[in-house]
Design a protein around this ligand. Structure first.
Ligand SMILES: Cc1cc2nc3c(=O)[nH]c(=O)nc-3n(C[C@H](O)[C@H](O)[C@H](O)COP(=O)(O)OP(=O)(O)OC[C@H]3O[C@@H](n4cnc5c(N)ncnc54)[C@H](O)[C@@H]3O)c2cc1C
Length: 266
């Protein structure tokens, strides 16, 4: 989904014992590898939700759709950022699925949706922390060996050493935020708390991965761009986690509104 989950335009209408899905989804990762896909659909139009002053979260439903259902077509989108998995625009054109594939209650899919978006953010944090860990290893291994002026390795120079040390300290902080979010999810705390912890962890971990990747490239100099060391391959992946699965701006909006209780600007 994009930044405004509540504006999802793919619809499903009930016809007897089936739902009929129409619409499209963009940047869907790895659907060619899946037997089923969890599709968020609008079952009550936004206009009706607004006119009847229903809660903003009302009107979305979840359907567990077999990917070989007639009416689904996949269009690959050439993209970077995730190694080994492709992204697709997925078209639903009069796609009929049995009503029993509804997950939870009709129109009440938002809660279940956030129960799957929160762990995705926690997982993204863990992925970012893992990349930071690996990048620091590569940078330090290189900095211990590389000698440019005399016999002292570049890792002794504080211009190289201190930024790496900072990243190492922040990695512990980032991991603790990630563990706190995972702990909250495992203990089934309320959605707002899990959302807060997951968002804080994801923003911190993604920012740190980008910073560490930059520092690792700096440490390796020209080798930072070589295929042999592989550091440059993580640049896209680190940067992606600032944008997906939720953008940095939407996390700051969430924290501003729900933690700091500041007014919403949009
Ligand atoms: C490689 C890749 C894989 C993906 N895989 C999936 C997937 O499998 N499934 C899936 O559902 N989605 C997937 N996505 C989509 C991803 O979740 C969205 O791209 C992301 O949430 C941003 O939405 P958007 O692209 O529509 O950007 P937009 O919503 O158009 O936002 C554009 C910019 O405007 C900013 N912005 C928008 N509204 C506000 C506001 N109110 N305040 C401040 N700033 C704002 C955003 O932060 C962003 O910087 C994937 C994306 C990528 C790049």
């Amino acid at each position: 989904a994009g930044s405004n989950t509540f504006r999802i335009e793919t619809t499903a209408r009930r016809e007897g014992e089936h739902y009929v899905i129409d619409g499209q989804k963009t940047y869907i990762t790895g659907i060619d590898q899946c037997d089923h896909v969890l599709v968020v659909v609008r079952t009550t139009p936004v206009e009706q939700v607004e006119a009847q002053q229903l809660p903003r979260a009302y009107g979305l439903s979840l359907l567990l759709v077999p990917t070989d259902t007639p009416g689904i077509t996949l269009h690959p989108i050439p993209m970077r950022g995730i190694e080994g998995l492709h992204q697709y625009t997925v078209f639903f054109d009069g796609c009929r699925v049995p009503a029993e594939l509804l997950v939870g209650e009709e129109n009440m899919g938002s809660m279940a949706l956030f129960n799957s978006l929160n762990p995705e953010r926690i997982l993204a944090s863990a992925v970012a922390n893992g990349m930071t860990h690996w990048l620091l290893e590569q940078a330090c291994n290189y900095a211990r060996e590389r000698r440019v002026f005399g016999e002292r390795p570049i890792g002794a120079y504080q211009a190289i050493q201190h930024p790496l040390a900072e990243c190492r300290i922040q990695l512990d902080a980032s991991r603790l935020l990630t563990y706190r979010a995972a702990w909250a999810f495992d203990r089934d705390l309320d959605l707002a708390t899990i959302g807060t912890y997951g968002n804080m962890a994801k923003l911190t971990a993604a920012d740190l991965a980008i910073r560490t990747c930059d520092r690792a490239i700096e440490t390796l100099g020209g080798a930072g761009f070589s295929e042999e060391y592989g550091v440059i391959y993580l640049w896209d992946a680190c940067r992606l986690l600032k944008t997906a699965p939720i953008t940095r701006e939407m996390i700051l909006n969430f924290i501003g509104e729900h933690v700091l209780e500041l007014p919403r600007s949009y």
